[in-house]
Design a protein around this ligand. Structure first.
Ligand SMILES: *Cc1c(COP(=O)(O)O)cnc(C)c1O
Length: 380
């Protein structure tokens, strides 16, 4: 059953893209593609113009995240999903511990469980809609969790597990949908990795990882011992963090990157830094998120999915609807009206809206989104 309903233009957001990744790409980023149409696009990534782009990304992220001495920015192809395999191949010595509280945090744990040369990971599972951090565990050399669990709209704190650093363990954080949207103290992590299609408003396909000196040393040690006779670990070049870092230090990638993605990401990082950096971006996202949470709390048919207010994400907002209104029906009407991608995570299976409120999204558009949903529900 499709009901076609026209939402009045006056209620609609200026831009109707509310995805949690891919997410809105600003017109200025598209203009940057145009500006680089003959000087960057279709040119060699081994030559100065594209290398300068990569250098600007690395330098811009250094500024954005206030990186201290010794931390380095590495990047490569394959997105955050590829980075999970890189971490299994190049970072985990023997055994990792994972907080798992949604699809993304669980996927990395599954990769580690499947790596034949690693011991079974220690899992700290939390219910969807909550988070759970890994706890200090004997024999664990790598602690992993997600800053923002994109499948449920939960934000977890980023601070080292007490005693883990003293034990020589690394803290490896999936910042994919959090980086650029949620506050973070990178010194509490050894690896903070993400993809550019969320808060950095670019296309997917790339991974970026901020590495501590300890993470760099760990990878070098793990990879060199993997090459010793009798070692059962295979580190193919594509999963070698050391190789990726060596290329990054030269402002290159191991293999050919999508130059368009680099252009859009570089433009976004400059835009963020010019506006006030991490503090500005996170305040803007918090404002957008609070528009949605307070709307849901006032609403007669909607409520925030995440009960604990401190765990509610300011990057990806999940809103449950009561059974009298069908999310699928609202979403299809919104889509007909150019308002797209606000669906809940499919595998979570709830009657839910999920809104990406990354820095590119205008808070006024988030307000308009709530008005449009109200309009649709009233006119069903
Ligand atoms: C989107 C997402 C990923 C996967 O990113 P890809 O670039 O598609 O590999 C991993 N983790 C989190 C938390 C995400 O939001």
């Amino acid at each position: 059953m499709t009901i076609t309903l026209s939402i009045p233009e006056s209620l609609k957001p200026e831009d109707g893209r509310f995805g949690s990744g891919p997410s809105k790409i600003r017109p200025e980023q598209i203009a940057a593609l145009d500006a680089g149409a003959t000087t960057l696009l279709g040119t060699s990534h081994r030559q100065a113009p594209v290398k300068q782009l990569v250098a600007s990304i690395r330098e811009g992220l250094r500024e954005f995240f206030h990186l201290s001495e010794g931390y380095e920015v590495a990047l490569g192809n394959g997105g955050a999903s590829a980075f999970w395999e890189i971490a299994c191949a190049s970072l985990i010595t023997r055994r990792a511990a994972f907080g798992t509280y949604g699809s993304f945090s669980a996927k990395f744990a599954a990769s580690a469980a499947n790596a034949p040369f690693l011991e079974d990971p220690v899992l700290f599972p939390g219910e969807p809609g909550t988070y759970r951090l890994p706890e200090l565990t004997e024999g664990v050399d790598t602690y992993c969790w997600a800053h923002n669990e994109t499948s449920t709209g939960v934000a977890a704190p980023i601070r080292r597990v007490a005693g883990s650093r003293e034990a020589g363990a690394l803290t490896v954080i999936d910042g994919t949908s959090a980086a650029g949207a949620l506050p973070v103290d990178i010194s509490q992590t050894d690896v903070y990795y993400f993809s550019p299609q969320k808060a950095f408003g670019a296309d997917g396909g790339l991974w970026v990882a901020i590495l501590s000196p300890e993470a760099i040393d760990r990878a070098a040690g793990v990879e060199s011992s993997a090459h010793l006779e009798g070692a059962h670990r295979w580190v193919p070049p594509f999963l070698s963090l050391t190789t990726a870092l060596n290329n990054s230090r030269k402002d290159q990638t191991l293999n050919t990157p999508a130059v368009a993605t680099l252009i859009m990401m570089e433009n976004q990082i400059r835009w963020l830094n010019n506006n006030g950096g991490l503090a500005w971006a996170t305040t803007r996202c918090a404002k957008s998120a609070s528009i949605l949470y307070s709307w849901a709390e006032r609403s007669e048919y909607a409520a925030p999915f995440v009960v604990d207010t401190d765990s509610r994400s300011n990057a990806v907002v999940t809103i449950d609807l009561d059974e009298r209104v069908q999310a699928s029906q609202i979403l299809s009407i919104l889509r007909e009206n150019g308002i797209v991608d606000a669906a809940g995570y499919r595998k979570l299976g709830r009657n839910q809206l999920r809104v990406g409120v990354f820095p590119s999204v205008e808070p006024a558009d988030v307000m308009a989104f709530t008005k449009c949903v109200d309009y649709v529900v009233e006119h069903l």
